[in-house]
Design a protein around this ligand. Structure first.
Ligand code: PLP
Length: 406
């Protein structure tokens, strides 16, 4: 395995040359959305340039759109390590797909049924289930994370899951504090109780290998704009389950197959971009025999890079910085660091950094339960995210700025 060449990668991302106040921007806001390589921009542009038509036409441009759709399903299937019988459906974003799924699943619940959500999740994998449970008179059970170790308590999950549990909604990794969750174990716990499991892989996708077949989860959702693609969401799930469920859809749209979950006309140009984004990841490790193998090898390199940058970052932080997240074993986290500097609000710190061309996020980033648990509902925390295109120099620049401001 060869280490990632950040220089080669960066040359593919035009936005990384953006300037602010005379300096090149350092993009640490990846957990809010990554930048895209030329290959994605070109795929979107060339789809539009060639002319895109809606599906179902008796002419070549329409067949091209249909082909772009199927090609994107194959690509995302490879990225997700999907089972042969999984459906891959697309939608505006993860939130809208999860709301549709929650609405359909809720129709199968009743009073006395139980739904399990976690305090580590983004609200897109909490609120839909709270609403759906309230609609059906189902009970919601919460799984906390440990605010000292920042791990999700899977023993607690095993305790709260029982014969009445219909569903476990869980994140693959926290978009706020970076904790990675053992989805194989969570799925085993859910399935042992006869419950279904929905995995939010939005944050995890650019950092590690998603493996639906290996984990055996029932549903998994992600968003391409977090993994170097355009703004579009994807949902994978067992065909047998998705066929049984009643999707909220208009009458002429497909009643079976993955199209059943795709409301309205899809963004065909974004679908072309998704395929290019998956191919970008696979292209980081071109020596492997299949695209899935390439994605697996690329993720191993991405993880090594993340750990290397994470160690450098943690070692160099000023004394007045507090990291809210795992620091003792970086393999258990993504390189997404929620921090605080004594005496400086998150907004002020983000603004000062932004003025220096260093882009970080501040606030709760919709991980409202995380901020409640950390008692940081007032202004939240500054979030710093590394991606495969982040360099040591950028980390050093960030550390220098943090020392100046501390
Ligand atoms: C972990 C996580 N889940 C869900 C979402 C929502 O995704 P989308 O914007 O595609 O609806 C986000 C967005 O930041 C996220 O980080």
């Amino acid at each position: 395995m060869s280490p990632l060449s950040t220089a080669d990668i960066r040359a593919q991302f035009p936005a990384l040359r953006r300037e602010e106040n005379g300096t090149t921007v350092a993009w640490f806001d990846g957990p809010g959305g990554s930048q895209v390589p030329y290959s994605v921009i070109d795929a979107i542009g060339s789809f539009l340039t060639r002319g895109g038509s809606n599906h179902g036409g008796a002419f070549a441009a329409s067949r091209d759109s249909e082909a772009a759709h199927e090609t994107a399903r194959d690509a995302v299937g490879d990225l997700f390590g999907a089972r042969p019988d999984d459906y891959i459906s697309f939608g505006m974003n993860m939130t809208s797909l999860n709301l549709a799924l929650s609405r359909a699943l809720a129709a199968t619940w009743g009073p006395g049924d139980e739904i399990v959500v976690t305090r580590l999740d983004h609200d897109a994998n909490v609120a839909p289930w709270l609403r759906a449970a309230a609609d059906r008179g189902a009970t919601v059970k919460w799984v906390p994370f440990d605010t000292d170790t920042y791990r999700l308590d899977l023993e607690r999950l095993a305790e709260v899951v029982g014969p009445r549990t219909k569903l476990v909604a869980i994140t693959h990794a926290s978009n706020a504090i970076g904790t990675i969750v053992d989805i194989t174990e969570a799925t085993r716990i859910a399935h042992d109780a006869g419950a279904l499991i929905v995995v939010d892989a939005v944050h995890y996708a650019p950092h590690g290998l998603i493996d639906i077949a290996g984990t055996d989860c029932d549903f998994l959702l992600a968003s391409a704009y977090k993994f170097f693609g355009p703004h579009i969401g994807a949902m994978a799930g067992r065909a047998s389950l998705l066929e049984e469920l009643d999707a909220y859809k208009v009458r002429p749209s497909p009643a079976t197959g993955p199209g059943k979950w795709e409301t309205g006309t899809q963004s065909f140009e974004a679908l072309a971009g998704v395929t290019a984004a998956v191919d970008h990841i696979a292209g980081l490790a071109p020596g492997e025999p299949t695209r899935r193998d390439q994605i697996a090898a690329a993720n191993a390199e991405i993880q090594d890079h993340a750990i290397h940058l994470g160690e450098r970052f943690l070692d160099g932080l000023p004394k007045s910085a507090t990291v809210f997240g795992i620091t003792d074993d970086l393999t258990k986290r993504t390189p997404t660091y929620a921090i605080e500097l004594d005496g400086i609000s998150a907004r002020r710190l983000a603004t000062e950094l932004g003025d220096r061309g260093i882009y970080v996020t501040d606030g709760h980033y919709y991980a409202v339960e995380v901020m409640k648990a950390l008692r940081r509902t007032d202004g939240g925390l500054v979030r710093i995210g590394f991606l495969h295109y982040t360099t040591e120099d950028e980390v050093d620049r960030l550390l220098t700025a943090l020392h100046d401001l501390a």
